[in-house]
Design a protein around this ligand. Structure first.
Ligand code: FES
Length: 178
């Protein structure tokens, strides 16, 4: 299958979001599939962002963080439906569990390694069920204003991007309603 790197969201917009995730949808055959992209939690950045509740100030903090390039976060893209019983992973907690970037399903607390999708909860389900993941990367992308900025790209393969939705109030109020 050919890689189809698709720009999903500017990195700064992902990082300024309180939940550090963005929902996107792809069309696969007859189906529309809900997915999300998330950034690995970064305690250093989170600490800096806590300095202000003001989104514009937080955006400045994030821009500085990116321009300094001290530690660009890893990003991950997954389908939103939990492989156990379908609960929405896109609104589940994202945590760093002993160095493993993980999404913890709200329904039964199963944990999934966001790098591989594998279930990491101890017990019979460990390694036997997996969330569907997409490769993702950060790369420069041309902006509407003519410059370049780092964006999160996702390899959506044969799927077709059909749109994206805000998760945080920041997105619903200030960006996606453009
Ligand atoms: S539905 Fe996600 S752990 Fe059960």
């Amino acid at each position: 299958m050919d890689q189809k790197w698709t720009p999903i969201v500017p990195l700064e917009r992902l990082l300024v979001s309180g939940s550090q995730r963005i929902v996107f949808k792809v069309i696969r055959g007859e189906k529309t599939v809900r997915c999300f992209v998330a950034a690995r939690p970064d305690p250093k950045l989170d600490e800096k962002k806590r300095e202000s509740d003001d989104d514009s100030v937080r955006l400045t903090i994030v821009r500085k963080f990116i321009s300094e390039g001290e530690s660009l976060p890893a990003t991950f893209a997954l389908e939103a439906a939990c492989p156990h019983m379908g609960a929405p992973l896109d609104i589940s907690d994202i945590e760093d569990l002993s160095g493993v970037p993980s999404v913890v399903c709200t329904m039964h607390d199963y944990k999934f390694d966001m790098r591989s999708g594998q279930c990491t909860i101890a017990g019979e389900k460990e390694g036997r069920i997996a969330a569907k993941i997409f490769p993702s990367k950060i790369a420069d992308h041309s902006t509407e204003e003519g410059g370049k900025a780092p964006w999160v790209f996702v390899d959506i393969g044969d799927d077709i991007l059909s749109g994206w939705n805000p998760v945080s109030e920041f997105y619903s109020c200030k960006w996606f309603k453009r």
